[in-house]
Design a protein around this ligand. Structure first.
Ligand code: FAD
Ligand code: NAI
Length: 475
């Protein structure tokens, strides 16, 4: 007889493994199936985020930032660092070790929470009495049954038509995170989140980086004032970003890649590069899931169709994370995973899409929550804005990093915070205060009246809130 579970989660990324743990905490018999393999062919749960996404990219961003500091910023502190070298192989090995610690951590958490882990590919075989049969194909094959199924199969990098990823010259996020030596010339297509983060890593290590972006505006989803400030900083660093280009033929040759494109002025340009990273978005992944076996509905993009509660069209089958609508973010996937487990238990799991923060881990970092100024204008919402520059923040001066600002947008009548936008040092951490504030429907005045430690970067948040009412104290 096949093994029976109350809840089976297909996919062990942040959406899936967190859903499995929460369901187990709620008293269900839970299994999680994940097919990701490490270099030795063993299990590597954690999905894109842990293996080729959030975690490894932040490890490389950290290493490359140390290198940049040693080369360019130590001197101003009176530190002489001569002959600074980067051992790329060691940096990549450290990154791999950070990934492994996270993989192992998840396997430990499964044990701790009594989640049964299957290493292999899960695919729907069909309906079973009171649920569904799922085939698991790993080293061995077996069928298991589940009363409730949570699909968390994630997403894959989108390739340019006619230019497949070979992960040698033409790289997706996967290859971009394991380049063996610093390329002399690096081209990237797409100046979105991956383009900026990976472009920053390799520029800091000495590559000549050119990012080609199809849209005429830089970071269109980001508040315009913040995007402008960030662009200024990237230009100064020598990160070349060309907007409004039309990418033409790409030739993947023996010595590298040639990208033919038309620039914003309509001129034909030929760009030779040692490596090309294509970062033009991601596509939902249902490869091998066999959704047809249970009549699961997908949309035209290949995403699993779900309602606001992550219910699919098939009773007892749910889907979360990158494989469904909404932002492709690890924390969004996690929140949906928790909410679905709680709904299965008859509770009222909830995800507030209005307070999901975004962070781009470049230097300066970019972070935001809520609506941008351009969105408020489009929606005809009357608002007040307040900004405070890090230039006027004592801690930022002591850190030697005064780029950027904090910006508050509040309702003109009620003063409720509608959006908070940041560019500058460590704003990936500062944004949490804004998320909490918005979740509690705080006003700008609430933040302005809260005592913030001195000297801290968070004082810029308080001052920006004060600026909404035109009463900054330090600017
Ligand atoms: P995934 O993490 O993709 O996990 C899906 C898992 O399911 C995988 O392990 C896959 O092998 C497995 N799977 C698929 N099909 C099957 C099957 N049939 N059977 C068994 N297993 C299956 N987000 C952030 O919030 N912050 C960041 O800093 C960040 N950085 C990123 C950097 C990069 C370079 C990339 C590419 C992404 C980044 N993201 C970041 C996005 C984040 O990685 C995703 O939003 C997140 O991983 C989605 O989680 P998920 O659980 O939906 O899917
Ligand atoms: P993205 O959607 O962030 O950016 C893609 C960019 O490519 C856009 O600016 C788009 O206009 C451009 N583009 C698309 N087609 C093009 C073409 N043919 N020619 C030129 N430009 C083109 O996607 P990206 O960077 O691939 O990342 C995928 C997702 O992964 C992100 O949207 C995000 O959800 C997630 N991610 C999150 C991170 C974080 O939270 N820090 C870090 C990295 C990825």
């Amino acid at each position: 007889m096949s093994k029976q579970f109350d809840v089976v989660v297909i996919g062990g990324g942040p959406g899936g493994y967190i859903a499995a743990i929460r369901a187990a905490q709620l008293g269900f018999q839970v299994a999680c199936i994940d097919e990701w393999k490490n270099a030795a062919g063993g299990p590597a749960p954690g999905g894109t985020c842990t293996n080729v996404g959030c975690i490894p990219s932040k490890a490389l961003l950290q290493s490359s930032e140390h290198f940049e500091h040693a080369n360019h910023h130590f001197e101003e502190h009176g530190i002489t660092a001569k002959d600074v070298k980067m051992d790329v192989a060691k940096m990549i090995a450290r990154k791999d070790n950070v990934v492994k610690q996270n993989n192992d951590g998840i396997l430990y958490l499964f044990k701790k929470n009594k989640v049964t882990f299957f290493h292999g590919r899960g695919s729907f075989a069909g309906k079973a009495e009171g649920g569904y049969t799922i085939n698991v194909a790993g080293k061995t094959e077996e069928a298991i049954t589940a009363k409730q199924v949570i699909i968390a199969t994630g997403s894959n990098a989108r390739a340019l038509p006619g230019t497949p990823f070979d992960e040698v010259n033409v790289l997706s996020n996967d290859g971009a995170l394991r380049v063996g030596a610093v390329p002399k010339k690096l081209a990237l297509i797409g100046s979105g989140v991956i383009g900026l983060e990976m472009g920053s890593v390799w520029r800091r290590l000495g590559a000549e980086v050119t990012i080609l972006e199809g849209l005429p505006t830089f970071l269109g989803a980001v508040d315009e004032q913040i995007a402008k400030e960030a662009k200024k900083a990237f230009d100064k660093q020598g990160l070349k970003i060309e907007l409004g280009v039309k990418v033409g033929e790409i030739v993947n040759g023996k010595k590298g890649v040639t990208v033919n494109y038309t620039n914003a002025k309509g001129e034909a340009v030929v760009l030779d590069a040692d490596k090309l990273i294509v970062s033009i978005g991601r596509v939902p992944n249902t490869i091998g899931l066999n959704p047809e076996a249970i009549g699961l509905q997908l949309d035209e993009r290949g995403a699993i169709v779900v309602d606001g509660d992550c219910k699919t069209n098939v009773p007892g089958v749910w889907a979360v994370g990158d494989v469904v609508r909404g932002p492709m973010l690890a924390h969004k996937a996690e929140e949906e995973g928790v909410a679905v487990a709680e709904r299965i238990a008859g509770q009222h799991g909830h995800v507030n899409f209005n307070t999901i923060p975004w962070v781009i881990y470049t230097s300066p970092e970019i972070a935001w929550v809520g609506r941008t100024e351009q969105q408020l204008k489009e929606q005809g919402v009357a608002y007040k804005a307040g900004t405070f520059p890090f230039l006027a923040n004592g801690r930022a001066r002591a850190l030697g990093d005064t780029t950027g600002m904090v910006k508050f947008l509040a309702d003109a009548t009620t003063d409720e915070i509608l959006g908070v936008h940041m560019v500058g040092p460590q704003v990936s951490e500062l944004i949490s205060e804004a998320v909490v504030a918005m979740e509690f429907k705080a006003s700008a005045e609430d933040i302005a009246r809260i005592c913030h430690a001195h000297p801290s970067l968070s004082e810029a948040t308080k001052e920006a809130a004060l600026a909404v009412d035109k009463r900054t104290l330090n600017f």
